[in-house]
Design a protein around this ligand. Structure first.
Ligand code: AMP
Length: 495
């Protein structure tokens, strides 16, 4: 028997929990549902202390994942939630945790009165930090304490904080095991466990660590699992660790957010840096994440941007945790406007209202594209995702389009530089001649040249391409060139 199906809003797929069902999740089916009334935070029965914090955070209505997950979690039922980052999933588990722990909150200074009661595991340090920041913000009017522990920093700096006692502990698996080994944390009173971004935890090889940690937790506990995708491995993990879970899925797995305008700019590999600089300077873009495939490219590119006067920094796996936090804080504060990141480093980044991401290099795994562009267009805001695609990366775009089940509009972009080849779309010869030109020529310019173009296409005002993402637009080579800022303006306003 399948669990009972109830109707949900926002293309939710939702199973009503069936206490009598012993059906493993791997054998359940997914149904499309519609039209469930979206409740307010008030009607979810949250405590006044939490409602106050939500109002102060500027939240007015629950997101679909919050509307569905909070009542289930409050009812003490195990949850398997399919939600990508940007859907508001953190509050979907943090609020019920805090609500359920409120009766146990204590003003006592005795550590014994503040045992770890909720454990939240995340795959990356950045995500752990952000989750704990959210927990702290929602718990600000309560006596509940939270702490984050992650690797890459001296463990001794975390121990004193742990010893004072915290009810909600956010951790990356490896560092938590270090603390367990050093006996600086006790997990025998954990009553709620969250596995956040469980799919990424499996991808990153955390399964053995997870098993070790889970074996140390009390058997009697509630488990909440969040994952962006429902692979067979995830279903297996859910079968192993969850008890009669209720399944909630918001939006299709691997779906891209409709608030994000996606574009492909076809450009030779050797022209990418010049195009990026032009784009950033002419558009005066205030906050952009630029994705590269490798750490080396991330570092090199951020240095090149700095050289031409763009406030840039890079985050990747070779940077220390302090360097990554510093770069992220500077980016959030606006002193760094371009953050160059690799996929792993960018996982879990939550920068509210990030208007744009640029894929400087296209990921070979199409899922990474979905995660990358999920950095923009969050919580209902609109965003732009531009992908610089060289000829040899087109195969990746084909795979990405298959995964997201839509075509991304394409434009052939030519650069305003003297030796650029004529705009014949991606011919082998134009590619070769662009590569022959030394890259440093273009990147060391302090100001992008405002030369008048010889190609009349560029003197015409920009016309946004078809509004729909379904259309594929390839500009003809006899069209006029437009400044990159105008292209961007068209993108931003043409949403
Ligand atoms: P998350 O998916 O948890 O990473 O959340 C994505 C972003 O949405 C974060 O910046 C949250 O602060 C924000 N957010 C979460 N819930 C809401 C809400 N109900 N209303 C407005 N913003 C929200």
């Amino acid at each position: 028997m399948f669990p009972e199906l109830v109707e949900g809003e926002h293309k939710l797929r939702f199973y009503k929990h069936n206490e009598n069902s012993t059906q493993p999740m791997t054998e359940t089916a997914i149904f499309e549902t519609k039209n469930l009334e979206n409740p307010s935070f008030n009607s979810l029965g949250l405590a006044p202390e939490l409602l106050k914090a939500l109002t102060e955070s500027g939240y007015t209505t629950p997101t679909p994942i919050q509307a569905q997950a909070i009542p289930v979690a409050l009812a003490g039922i195990d949850l398997m939630a399919g939600a990508q980052t940007g859907t508001g999933k953190t509050a979907a588990f943090a609020l019920p945790i805090l609500q359920k722990l409120l009766p146990l909150a204590s003003s006592s200074t005795s550590p014994a009165k503040h045992p770890v009661r909720a454990l939240i595991l995340t795959p990356t340090r950045e995500l752990a930090i952000q989750v704990e920041e959210s927990v702290k913000a929602y718990a600000k009017h309560t006596q509940l304490r939270s702490l984050v522990v992650y690797g890459g920093v001296d463990i001794r700096t975390q121990t004193p904080h742990l010893k004072t006692g915290v009810e909600v502990l956010v951790a990356t698996p490896g560092r938590l095991l270090d603390h367990i080994e050093q006996k600086t944390v006790q997990l025998n009173q954990v009553q709620m466990l969250v596995l956040d971004e469980a799919d990424r935890m499996l991808d990153m090889g955390f399964m053995p660590d997870l098993k070790r940690i889970l074996a140390l937790l009390p058997k009697q506990r509630q488990n909440l699992m969040f994952s962006a995708t429902f692979s067979n491995e995830i279903k297996k993990l859910a079968d192993d660790f969850l008890t009669k879970p209720q399944l909630i899925e918001v939006a299709r797995s691997n779906a891209t957010n409709d608030n994000v305008t996606q574009k492909v700019y076809q450009v030779a590999q050797s022209d990418k840096e010049t195009l990026l600089i032009q784009l950033l300077k002419e558009a005066d873009a205030s906050q952009v994440i630029i994705f590269t495939k490798t750490k080396i490219t991330a570092s090199r590119l951020s240095r090149s941007l700095v050289k031409v006067g763009i406030a840039a920094d890079a985050i990747h796996g070779d940077k220390t945790q302090q360097e990554r936090i510093k770069a992220l804080d500077a980016f959030k504060a606006g002193t760094v406007s371009a953050l160059v990141a690799t996929d792993v480093a960018a996982r879990g980044l939550d920068i509210s209202e990030l208007p744009m991401v640029i894929n400087y290099e296209i990921p070979s795994a199409p899922e990474d594209y979905v995660h990358r562009i999920g950095r923009t267009g969050r919580a209902g805001a609109s965003g732009v995702a531009i992908s610089f695609v060289s000829e040899d990366e087109e195969k990746y775009i084909v795979e990405i389009e298959k995964l997201i089940k839509r075509q991304i509009p394409k434009e052939v972009i030519a650069l305003d530089k003297p030796s650029a080849p004529s705009r014949a779309p991606r011919s082998k010869s134009s590619h070769a001649s662009a590569q022959a030109k030394p890259q440093e020529d273009s990147v060391t310019r302090r100001t992008p040249a405002k030369r008048k173009s010889t190609d009349p296409w560029f003197d015409q005002p920009y016309e946004p391409s078809a509004q729909s993402n379904e259309a594929t637009v390839t500009r003809q080579s006899n069209a006029k060139k437009v400044p990159v800022a105008a292209l961007l303006g068209g993108l931003l306003s043409g949403k």
